[in-house]
Design a protein around this ligand. Structure first.
Ligand code: PLP
Length: 379
C-alpha cells in the first residue's frame, strides 16, 4: 500500500534526536528551531521524560476511561498549580484539533447556541468544528462549511460587539498569538474588552493555547500577558513533548454531566506521565524564564539582519518577516546550514519554534547562518 500523499516533504529523515539536535540517517546533525511544529518543549529525548515514560510503559500504558486513573488527577493538579488555574477542570484528549472540537462543542452545549466567532487568518485544526473555525477555505470541505462561523479582523471590537449582540453566538475562539497565520496578535485592550463583551453577552471565550501554551511565550499561557481569564483554554503540542496529548481547561461555572464529552485514548497512563514529566522539567529547569530570556535575546539580534522587516511573537514563539518569500531560504537553511525552521500562511515569514531549552549559543549559530545565507546571495 502507498501512503496517502498529502505532505510535501523535505528530503531529510531524522532517526535520532537529543535536546535541540536532530540527527538524520547519515549522521548529519541539524539544529531544531522548528521543534516539530512547536511540539518539542523540553527537548528531544530528555532523560527525565524518557525515564518516566519507560517506567510507566513497563507498568501499564493504557486502560479505558471506564476505570480510575489517578495519573489524570495528578496531572490536573500540577497543571492547575503551575498555570494559575487551580480551580478549573481538565478534560483530556489526544490532539489540538480534538481539544478545540471539544471546546466548541462544550460552548454550544453550555449556551444552547451554535454560531462561532473566529478571526481572520486563524488556525484551529482540521476536524469538523475546528477546521470550520479555521480561516482557510482550501482545507474546509463542503461538509465542514455547513458550520456557522463568522470571521472578523483582529482588534476590531465594534465588529465583535455587533455580532455578539445578535444573540446566536456560542463561542469566540482566538489564538493569543496566531501560529500558522503568521504571529499576529490582538492588543491587550482588545483582549480585555473581548473578555468583557463575551461575559456581557453570555458567550464562551475560548483561548486556543495549543501552540503558544506550556511556557513557549515566556508565561505559562500567552493570554496571561493580557490579564484575562478565558472560560475554556485549549492545550496540546508542547504538553506531551511529542507524545500525543491535548486537553481543555474549563472554568468552574461550566458544569459537566456524564457522557457530555468522551474519548477512548484521551488521558491514558502514558500520555499523563509524558505531560507530567514535561511539567516537572519546565519547573526544574526554569524553562519558562529561559523562553523569555532567549526570546528577548533573539529579538535584539534578529532585527539587525539584512532584509528583516519585522520580528514578531513572544518568548520562543517567533517570526521573522522578510521582504521576500522565504521558501528558498528555508531550504538553504536546512540543506546548507543544517537548521530546521518553520513557515506560515504568510509566505514572507520564517517561524522559529525551538525546544524551550535553547540558549544564546543556538541563537548565535542561527544568526550567523542567516547572515551567511542572506548577505552574499541576496535570496
Ligand atoms: C493554534 C493551533 N490550534 C490547533 C492546532 C491543531 O493541532 P493538531 O495538529 O494537534 O490537531 C494547531 C496546530 O498547528 C495550532 O497551531
Amino acid at each position: 500500500m502507498k501512503l496517502f500523499d498529502v505532505y510535501p516533504l523535505y528530503d531529510v529523515e531524522p532517526v535520532n534526536a537529543y535536546d535541540s539536535i536532530v540527527v538524520d540517517k547519515d549522521g548529519t546533525e541539524y539544529l531544531d528551531l522548528y521543534g516539530g511544529h512547536a511540539v518539542i518543549s523540553v527537548g528531544h529525548g530528555h532523560p527525565h521524560y524518557v525515564k518516566k515514560v519507560k517506567e510507566q510503559i513497563e507498568k501499564i500504558g493504557f486502560y479505558s476511561n471506564a476505570v480510575q486513573n489517578s495519573l489524570q488527577s495528578e496531572l490536573a493538579d500540577k497543571l492547575g498549580k503551575m498555570s494559575g488555574y487551580n480551580e478549573y477542570q481538565l478534560f483530556l484528549c489526544n490532539s489540538g484539533a480534538e481539544a478545540n472540537e471539544n471546546a466548541l462543542k462544550l460552548a454550544s452545549f453550555y449556551t444552547g447556541k451554535s454560531r462561532v466567532i473566529s478571526f481572520e487568518n486563524a488556525f484551529h485544526g482540521r476536524t469538523s468544528a475546528a477546521v470550520a473555525a479555521t480561516d482557510n477555505t482550501k482545507i474546509n470541505s463542503p461538509l465542514n462549511m455547513q458550520q456557522n462561523v463568522t470571521f472578523l479582523p483582529l482588534n476590531n471590537l465594534d465588529l465583535v460587539q455587533k455580532e455578539l449582540k445578535k444573540g446566536d453566538v456560542c463561542a469566540v475562539i482566538i489564538e493569543p498569538i496566531q501560529g500558522v497565520g503568521g504571529l499576529d496578535e490582538g492588543t491587550t485592550e482588545f483582549f480585555k474588552r473581548l473578555e468583557k463583551l463575551c461575559k456581557e453577552n453570555s458567550v464562551v471565550l475560548i483561548l486556543d493555547e495549543i501552540q503558544a501554551g506550556f511556557g513557549r511565550t515566556g508565561k505559562f499561557f500567552a493570554h496571561q500577558y493580557h490579564g484575562i481569564t478565558p472560560d475554556i483554554i485549549s492545550i496540546a503540542k508542547g504538553m506531551g513533548n511529542g507524545f500525543p496529548i491535548g486537553g481543555i481547561m474549563i472554568a468552574p461555572h461550566i458544569e459537566p454531566s456524564y457522557g457530555m464529552l468522551g474519548t477512548t485514548f484521551g488521558g491514558n497512563h502514558l500520555a499523563c506521565v509524558a505531560a507530567l514529566s514535561v511539567l516537572e522539567i519546565l519547573e526544574m529547569e526554569n524553562l519558562i524564564d529561559n523562553a523569555k530570556l532567549t526570546g528577548d535575546y533573539f529579538m535584539s539580534e534578529a532585527i539587525r539582519l539584512p532584509g528583516v522587516k519585522k520580528v514578531k511573537g513572544k518568548g520562543l514563539m517567533l517570526g521573522l518577516e522578510f521582504d521576500f518569500e522565504v521558501s528558498d531560504l528555508r531550504k538553504k537553511l536546512i540543506y546548507d546550514e543544517h537548521i530546521f525552521t518553520g513557515g506560515a500562511m504568510n509566505k514572507k515569514l520564517l517561524r522559529i519554534l525551538p525546544p524551550l531549552t535553547i540558549g544564546k549559543s543556538e541563537i548565535d549559530q542561527f544568526i550567523k547562518a542567516l547572515q551567511k545565507v542572506l548577505v552574499p546571495k541576496k535570496i
